[in-house]
Design a protein around this ligand. Structure first.
Ligand SMILES: Cc1cc2nc3c(=O)[nH]c(=O)nc-3n(C[C@H](O)[C@H](O)[C@H](O)COP(=O)(O)O)c2cc1C
Length: 254
């Protein structure tokens, strides 16, 4: 079973591609936290790196997983460039609960946070060409149950980036707000937010304080009304993995 967390689809697409090669299935991490997965012999975790750490949503969900200590556990990070300590920090939580990560790796994909710095994530689609062969290699390693931790520890810089006093400065740079003038109240952001952090007030979307910075709301808003650092969001810079649709990422509350 491959468990994923994904804002703009990179992690979901890679989870599906691995599952296809491994004849396995995928499940959102948020759903897995409510399941008993003790009978699963192989567990994969696929999630992005945010500021060289795992997303807050992932760090919150990992301790709730019920996994067998005999399972072969692997972590794959789809990231813009550097996974930092995104693998290490989750591995530590798991090992405190008696689960050991056997294999880890990263795959470079378009960086969805580039939009927050005035750059276009769609200019990085060349990374897809490179990732194809890497994905095959990783799938083969996992099928053979290789034990090898790649990109797990980024040293003191990774550790420093995950410290609260640094995160207090970095996270607000990529924390969205809604422009009430542009919002048409369609509710796409509300449904795509994995943290239920967006509510409607007087017909307009409003971000509360439980954001995990996945940027799904910024990239999927049809009115470009969700903004970072009060700068206009441009339609041509909105990104999602080409093999993933908005409906794949919508929360299903039924
Ligand atoms: C808040 C934030 C911080 C990020 N920090 C990093 C980072 O430290 N290193 C990196 O290589 N990519 C970073 N990225 C890029 C994402 O890891 C990358 O685009 C990822 O594939 C997104 O996955 P998703 O499409 O499944 O949401 C960051 C993205 C966001 C939104």
């Amino acid at each position: 079973m491959i468990l994923y967390f994904s804002g703009t689809g990179n992690s979901l697409a890679i989870s599906r591609q691995l599952a296809e090669r491994l004849q396995d299935s995928v499940m959102p991490l948020s759903e897995a936290a409510h399941r008993n997965l003790m009978s699963e012999k192989r567990i994969g975790l696929v999630y992005p790196s945010y500021w060289f750490n795992a997303p807050r949503a992932v760090l919150d969900l990992i301790p709730r997983l019920r996994l067998s200590s005999d399972a072969y556990v692997f972590i794959i990070i789809p990231c813009g460039a550097q996974a930092g300590n995104a693998i290490w920090n989750v591995g530590k939580i798991l090992s405190d609960n008696g689960i050991h990560v056997a294999y880890s790796n990263k795959i470079r994909v378009p960086d969805n946070s580039a939009i927050g710095f005035g750059r276009n994530p769609n200019d990085q689609v060349w990374k897809f060409e490179r990732y194809a062969s890497r994905l095959e290699r990783i799938a083969k390693d996992i099928a053979a149950e290789v034990h090898s931790l790649h990109y797990a520890w980024w040293g003191p810089i990774g550790a420093l980036c995950a410290r609260p006093f640094i995160q207090k400065r970095t996270l607000p740079m990529l924390t969205p707000t809604v422009s009430p003038e542009k919002c048409n109240g369609c509710g796409v952001c509300i449904n795509v937010c994995p943290r239920e952090n967006i509510v409607k007030i007087n017909g307009k979307a409003h971000c509360e304080s439980n954001c995990t910075q996945c940027l799904a709301c910024v990239h999927f808003c049809p009115m470009q009304a969700v903004e970072l650092r009060d700068k206009s969001t441009l339609k041509e810079r909105q990104y999602h993995h080409p093999l993933v649709k908005l409906s794949d990422l919508m929360r299903n509350d039924d």
